[in-house]
Design a protein around this ligand. Structure first.
Ligand code: NAP
Length: 446
């Protein structure tokens, strides 16, 4: 596949490296900013000042949609792939290469550039701001990340062509790692540009491989998603590195331990104390938590009010974080009181014994009670009032005795499958840079 899309912040070398790659490979170069200027008959600064950024983004969308198929090097404007349509179009049948460099290097490279500023910040602060907003998206999309800071244009171009858009893999270590996890794996996996997997213990029940592999086909993402059972979080990272994998979904019991294996956990993961998504870019590991998003999204119409979280484990921590982001006043009730108090102290909320005197507009069950057929509801029936919302995080089975009782009492009920679907959408977007939308996730999983 000789189609390369270069993405990165301004000054990362996309145009110069793209030009050199196109010369070496003798294939066309499409520089999206140059295409827009040619079509508009105006320079980018003129388009920004005469017509504004929104019109520029529309022109950019049209230019990208009209790119011919087939071999090419495509150098994109810094913000191009932030548009989901552009990301999906560029992703198809192409290697996506992220070019990076230190902020100071980017700053020195853009001195004297006529490109318009996107904010009112100083150049260096704008670089920092755009890095914060755009780099997570860029890392998700990238098949390969190249730090151009210490490379000449020629060297960077040669490296990308030599790797053919692939991550570097050591064949012996790759074979050894695969043998150790003893999984059924597709033939020729070593030549697969992108490897992902779910790790935890156990993992064989997970539906994530089905979801991811179906979406990879749909969006022409050159990837495979595998079951990657491991003994510990450290072991999971060894497997990830041995396979040259790009990303991991992390399930119990590794989410809490995973945080200490990661180079850059994000602020949500740090606050919750758990990582359920690991992304590798240029050898560095980035950690995220999408469980709290899975809890917040189905109830984002609720704001303020009193909430009760039953349980004090990892899912409860994600729930408290999500509910506090919706400005709710949270009380935690846990079977082991002390553990509930410790969690409440961490989040600056209340803990209380589970009783019929607790006031709650929303109740979240964050215990496994309900997974077994004979399990009774973990919530006293007096708390199930018609204006209460009950969210049971248990998703197997989707209908639990708590939800049945709540439905009979006239409460609004939310099934644990909703959390799974919303967290999966957020995780897929982090790991691939493509947002499939909630309806598509729901369809594939149904
Ligand atoms: P965890 O860290 O092991 O915590 C389990 C919590 O449940 C603890 O607070 C524990 O209390 C409490 N608990 C366990 N058995 C109980 C019982 N018989 N009666 C009362 N309390 C009990 O587990 P987790 O990772 O937080 O996960 C909790 C549940 O959330 C899972 O079982 C799963 O059903 C659900 N979950 C759903 C999703 C989703 O996508 N829908 C994702 C993650 C988790 P003690 O402190 O007293 O032991």
């Amino acid at each position: 596949m000789e189609r390369y899309v270069l993405i990165g912040l301004r000054g990362s070398g996309k145009s110069a490296i793209g030009r050199r790659m196109a010369e070496k490979l003798q294939i066309p170069l499409y520089d999206t900013d140059a295409l827009i200027e040619k079509r508009a008959g105006q320079s980018i600064p003129e388009i920004f000042s005469d017509l504004g950024e929104e019109v520029f983004r529309q022109m950019e969308r049209e230019a990208i949609a009209s790119l011919p198929d087939g071999p090419a090097v495509i150098a994109t404007g810094g913000g191009a792939v932030m548009d989901p349509h552009n990301a999906q179009t560029l992703r198809r049948k192409a290697h996506i290469i992220l070019l990076t460099a230190d902020e100071e290097i980017l700053h020195s490279r853009i001195q004297g550039s006529s490109r318009p500023a996107l904010t009112h910040l100083s150049d260096l602060d704008e670089i920092r701001h755009l890095a914060g907003v755009r780099m997570p998206e860029f890392r998700g999309l990238a098949d390969l990340c190249i730090d151009t800071g210490s490379l000449r244009v020629d060297e960077a171009a040669a490296r990308i062509i030599h790797l053919n858009g692939m991550r570097r893999r050591n064949p012996e270590l790759f074979a050894e790692t695969l043998a150790a996890i003893n999984q059924d794996t597709p033939d020729n996996l070593i030549n697969c540009p992108l490897i992902f997997g779910i790790t935890g213990n156990p993992v064989s029940h997970s539906r994530s491989p089905h979801l991811y592999n179906a979406l990879f086909t749909e969006y022409a993402i050159p990837g495979r998603y595998l079951y990657l059972p491991a003994k510990t979080a450290e072991d999971a990272i060894r497997i990830m590195r041995g396979l040259g994998a790009k990303g991991l979904s992390v399930t119990i019991p590794f989410k809490e331990m995973m945080i200490s294996c990661i180079d850059e956990p994000d602020e949500d993961a740090l606050a919750i104390g758990a990582v359920n998504t690991v992304l590798s870019c240029d050898g560095r590991l980035y950690g995220h938590n999408t469980d709290w998003i899975g809890i917040r999204e189905p109830i984002r119409d609720l704001r303020g009010g009193d909430a009760l979280v039953v349980g004090a484990g990892g899912a409860a921590a994600a729930a408290v974080y999500a509910l506090q982001s919706l400005e709710m006043d949270v009380t935690i009730s846990n079977r082991t009181e002390k553990r509930g108090e410790v969690l409440a102290e961490r989040f600056g909320c209340r803990s209380a014994l589970l009783s019929s005197s607790i006031n709650a507009d929303l109740i979240v069950n964050a215990t496994p009670v309900g997974m077994k057929e004979r399990d009774n509801s973990p919530v006293p029936s007096e708390l199930l009032k018609p204006d209460t919302t009950i969210f049971d995080l248990v998703y197997t089975p989707p209908m639990t005795s708590l939800l049945r009782e709540a439905e009979a009492a006239g409460c609004r009920i939310i099934q644990g499958t909703e959390m799974f679907i919303h967290q999966a959408r957020a995780q897929f977007t982090i790991l691939t840079g493509i947002d499939p939308g909630i309806d598509r996730i729901r369809e594939v999983l149904s």
